[in-house]
Design a protein around this ligand. Structure first.
Ligand SMILES: NC(=O)C1=CN([C@@H]2O[C@H](COP(=O)(O)OP(=O)(O)OC[C@H]3O[C@@H](n4cnc5c(N)ncnc54)[C@H](O)[C@@H]3O)[C@@H](O)[C@H]2O)C=CC1
Ligand SMILES: O=C(O)C(=O)Cc1ccc(O)cc1
Length: 593
């Protein structure tokens, strides 16, 4: 990386532990004059020996970085403001609001910029320091209205010099956020690990990567973390209260013999939460194909593996290694872009590597039928999003055909012409659950097919048996494509919703659901969706459209009584989360990863 920095010499770092030494090493690498101090002479000498800077006193530093535990930070910042009247002082403590409150009356308050690099390790001390610790990591600054703009600029430059990406929050917003993303996870990890204290060794021998992932940060330093947690106790208590309530309810469920849906919703909610954690480039989490390679515990094996993956022309996106106790082989999990998973697996096998055949889940097709307002679109989209599946709204396809026939100037009562138009309709559909787009030739008709102009006449096509047969053929082709690697979901599968999916289009789907709801609930939902309100007038205005479409359709297909093997879910009294969890709970084993 580029070694030049904009931060001016000299810089004083107070506290030469993990954070302070990492900052000092980065500055030293760029030739900045760095002075270091620590309450522990041993810690200071170690940092000096590692090349973090000089122990010589400094007279006028441009910046003082205070990198000591939160409970002693305000005192050290105050004394630095007094000792160095021209310096900008920052601290890197993991909590901010209490420190700001303690410094508020200090005459040098304007020269202090609270900050928090969101990077660290479970190991403390200079020995774990790394000049590149902050590269690509968030670094939060928490100035307030009294902080000097010049001081903020100086510390922003310091953070950018460290390779971090800077963001601004108020101290209170910061503390609220880190309670959730840092402090709560630390305590949960410690609690999980503490439950293993008396576990029999035979049990621990079975430990896999899951346990290691969940307990990595349980190795953190108790003294430092007591200070961090204590500094943000109110916010953390709030987060833990929520978790504690869910945990209590889960325990009650486990004590009973029923309650599979509650268990399933704990896991499904976890899926939702983890999907929201940004990925390695700070964007949405990317999904990679994982190829598991067994490597003998011999020198040079990893080097050979990487070289041979390079020869295959495949880029490694991410990597994990797993070792099991007392085994002579390790497992290397190579993550690559999805379309390269199979070529990598084959290529490595040809080169003599032992590849664990990934038990890739079978393509999943989820069929959901139901009347208008049963919530099927909302539920189908959510299920698709959560499982990484494609999404097909077959009702919208009938509307698209209607739009096309109208656009072509065809008399909708002329069944043959309408069928011919449907057969030649140049429709393309985006199957992403978050980006439903319908294109017909060069027209984006996504909005047009939602208009009541189309809604009023769509039944003419939907009751035309020729059109239905053509639509079924098109829908089956889309579904079949989604069960192959070339589909939008790369073979993961699809959620298709409509009125004849469980019975005609995908009658062999492993998950088939009839979503129902009372007429009252359905009308209220549609009124809210179409008119933004569910009062008497809005419901009356919606009634005709909703009931007529259902009545017309029910002359040609049955979508109100579940066929054998189709599960009925009545959503009248359920929230969306509960319906989604109930659908996901129907997925048979072998269809999930
Ligand atoms: N460890 C982590 O992952 C992260 C820590 N932080 C924050 O950074 C600060 C430092 O943490 P680490 O470097 O991990 O701790 P550390 O335990 O590695 O180092 C702290 C150092 O401060 C020294 N010290 C304690 N009191 C002092 C005082 N009054 N004057 C001078 N030196 C003193 C200790 O001797 C020790 O060398 C803490 O406020 C922590 O909340 C921020 C982000 C990540
Ligand atoms: O190890 C990790 O995953 C971290 O996120 C480290 C960390 C620990 C404490 C902080 O205040 C900020 C970051």
């Amino acid at each position: 990386m580029n070694d030049t920095v904009l931060t001016a010499s000299p810089v004083l770092v107070i506290g030469t532990g993990l954070l302070g030494t990492s900052i000092a090493l980065r500055l030293r690498r760029a030739g900045v004059e760095v002075h270091i101090e620590d309450a522990s002479p041993v810690a200071a000498a170690l940092a000096r020996d590692l090349g973090a800077g000089t122990l010589e006193p400094v007279s006028a530093p441009s910046i003082v970085v205070v990198a000591i535990p939160p409970d002693v930070t305000a005192g050290a910042v105050a004394s630095a403001l007094e000792r160095f009247p021209d310096a900008v002082v920052t601290d890197v403590a993991s909590v901010k609001d209490k420190i700001a409150a303690a410094l508020e009356r200090h005459p040098g308050f304007e020269r202090w910029v609270g900050s928090h690099p969101m990077a660290g390790k479970e190991r403390s001390g200079a020995i774990a320091a790394d000049a590149d610790l902050f590269v690509g990591r968030p670094w939060v600054l928490t100035p307030n209205e009294r902080t000097s703009q010049a001081a903020v600029g100086t510390i922003r430059t310091l953070a950018v010099d460290m390779g971090a990406s800077v963001s601004m929050l108020s101290a209170a917003e910061h503390d609220h956020a880190v309670a959730l993303v840092s402090h709560m996870p630390q305590l949960m990890s410690s609690l999980v690990a503490a439950a293993l204290r008396d576990a029999p060794a035979e049990a621990l021998d079975l430990a896999g990567q899951g346990l290691r992932d969940v307990t990595r940060i349980a190795e953190s330093d108790p003294l430092l973390w007591t200070s961090i947690i204590n500094g943000n106790r109110t916010e953390i208590a709030n987060v833990l209260r929520g978790i504690s309530a869910r945990l209590g309810a889960l325990v009650v469920t486990l004590d009973r013999e029923s309650g599979l849906d509650r268990i399933s919703s704990v896991i499904a909610d976890g899926n939702k939460g983890v999907a929201r954690i940004p990925g390695k480039h700070g964007g949405a989490r990317t999904s990679y194909a994982e190829v598991i390679v067994l490597i003998p515990d011999q020198p040079g094996m990893l080097g050979r593996l990487f070289a041979e993956i390079g020869e295959l022309g495949i880029n490694i996106e991410d990597l994990e290694m797993e070792h099991s106790a007392r085994q002579q082989v390790g497992r290397v999990i190579v993550k690559v872009n999805p379309h390269q998973g199979l070529p990598l697996e084959r290529g490595l096998e040809q080169k003599g590597w032992q590849v664990v055949r990934s038990e890739s889940p079978k393509p999943l097709v989820i069929a959901i039928d139901g009347p208008s307002g049963s919530g099927k679109s909302t539920v189908a989209k959510r299920v698709a999003r959560e499982l990484g599946l494609s999404y097909l709204n077959t009702g919208a396809m009938y509307r698209a055909a209607t739009w096309w026939a109208m656009h072509e100037g065809i008399d909708l009562d002329d069944a043959d012409s309408v069928l011919a138009a449907t057969q030649s309709m140049p429709l393309s559909i985006d199957l992403a659950p978050d980006n439903q787009r319908f294109m017909c030739a060069d027209h984006d008709i996504t909005a047009a097919i939602r208009t009541s102009e189309v809604a009023k006449v769509v039944s003419k096509l939907a009751v035309n048996l020729g059109v239905r047969a053509e639509m079924v053929r098109m829908q089956q082709a889309i579904i079949a494509e989604e069960t192959t690697a070339s589909g939008h979901s790369q073979g993961r599968g699809i959620v298709a919703e409509g009125r004849d999916i469980t019975t005609v289009v995908a009658a062999d789907a492993p998950v088939r659901v009839l979503l129902t709801a009372s007429e009252e609930a359905r009308l209220a939902r549609r009124a809210k969706e179409n008119l933004g309100a569910a009062d008497q007038a809005a419901i009356a205005a919606t009634r005709d459209e909703v009931l007529r479409r259902d009545r017309d359709d029910s002359t040609v297909i049955n979508f109100t009584v579940a066929e054998d093997g189709v599960t009925t879910i009545d959503s009248s009294a359920l929230g969306i989360d509960e319906v989604v969890a109930a659908v996901i709970a129907l997925i048979p084993e072998g269809y999930r990863d």
